[in-house]
Write a protein that binds this ligand. Structure first.
Ligand SMILES: Nc1nc2c(ncn2[C@@H]2O[C@H](COP(=O)(O)OP(=O)(O)O)[C@@H](O)[C@H]2O)c(=O)[nH]1
Ligand SMILES: [Mg+2]
Ligand SMILES: [Zn+2]
Length: 295
């Protein structure tokens, strides 16, 4: 009995579909051992498994996870697509900021996807991109409707395990359909996905033609309230990095301290003002939360 290795792409009712490097799939059961350890295999897990004479597969071990996202549960996510719309709905940029913090915490590469750019880049998409200049390495403008920018997005995902986040109605399901080459009009998968979400709670990973895996469940629209220590927040803003150590006070929160290099950068326009203002709100919320914890 050979031991093989692969990736769980789906788990339903104790049966796990494992995809191997050679693009074969096996349906495996988990050994009782996992339950004893309180370990549950998740989609995205790298596992070893054996196949017996009756062609039944058994997961033998779960390799250490790089990260684990919740709701839907998904392991080893490389990229989170934070989707906003250039038109409607009005972008919730505070949600974007919080998702960026979440990515940093989880070791996930964030990509900001500005969808509904049916006619290419626009003033609206440019204004959103401007707020994240220096904050995110990858920002792409796309249209799930016309296909604009989809090749650039595909190129970013070809080696990646990718999940989606963002407000309702920004076009997550439409983008998934487009990436998978499904008919947008029928919305076949999205209808199925919405139904599945309530029954399984687990994402399924699907291969993108041309490379990469995406979670077919547009989840993560609501963040887990990841407890954040206020002091950790400034370090989660990529555009603050070059000012580290330049403030008068060590541990400067860049809020009300004098001689603050970040506030100076905001005043000079080197750091985006709107994004900074939302930072102050998010940081103050975390400070407030901690205060209540010890009340
Ligand atoms: N004009 C335009 N509409 C889009 C685009 N992508 C999605 N939509 C529409 O936006 C609405 C919400 O899309 P959906 O994929 O369900 O959003 P989700 O809630 O984020 O999954 C639907 O009516 C889509 O047809 C796009 O690129 N351009
Ligand atoms: Mg949807
Ligand atoms: Zn400062």
């Amino acid at each position: 009995m050979d031991t093989e290795s692969g990736r769980i792409i789906k788990g339903v009712g104790g049966f796990y579909t494992v995809l191997t490097e050679g693009n074969k799939t096996y349906v495996c059961k988990a050994r009782g051992l996992f339950r004893k350890n309180g370990e549950t295999p998740l989609p995205g897990d790298n596992v070893t498994f054996t196949v017996d004479k009756k062609a039944e597969g058994y997961i033998q071990s779960i390799l250490p996870r790089k990260n684990e996202l919740l709701r839907p549960a998904l392991a080893n996510v490389d990229t989170l697509l934070i989707v906003v719309a250039a038109t409607e709905p009005l972008p919730d940029l505070e949600l974007c900021d919080k998702l960026l913090i979440y990515c940093k915490k989880q070791g996930v590469r964030p990509v900001i996807v500005i969808n509904k750019c049916d006619g290419g880049e626009s003033g609206a998409s440019g204004a959103i991109a401007e707020q994240y200049r220096g904050a995110v390495d990858d920002i792409v403008s796309v249209s799930a409707e016309t296909g604009y920018g989809m090749d650039a997005l595909r190129a970013l995902l070809s080696d990646s395990t990718t999940a989606f986040a963002g407000q309702s109605a920004v076009g997550k399901s439409s983008l998934i359909n487009r990436l998978l080459g499904l008919d947008l009009k029928t919305g076949g998968l999205s209808a199925k996905t919405e139904r599945g979400r309530h029954t399984t709670r687990h994402a399924e990973l699907i291969r993108i033609p041309g490379g990469g895996l995406i979670a077919d469940t547009p989840g993560f629209s609501l963040l887990e309230s990841v407890p954040l220590e206020p002091e950790d927040i400034p370090g989660m803003y990529l555009e603050f990095e070059e000012y580290m150590g330049m403030c008068r006070f060590i541990g400067c929160m860049h809020i009300s301290e004098p001689d603050c290099a970040v506030k100076q950068a905001v005043a000079e326009g080197a750091v985006n003002k709107e994004r900074y203002q939302r930072y102050v709100k998010i940081a103050n919320e975390a400070i407030e939360m901690r205060r209540h914890k010890y009340d």
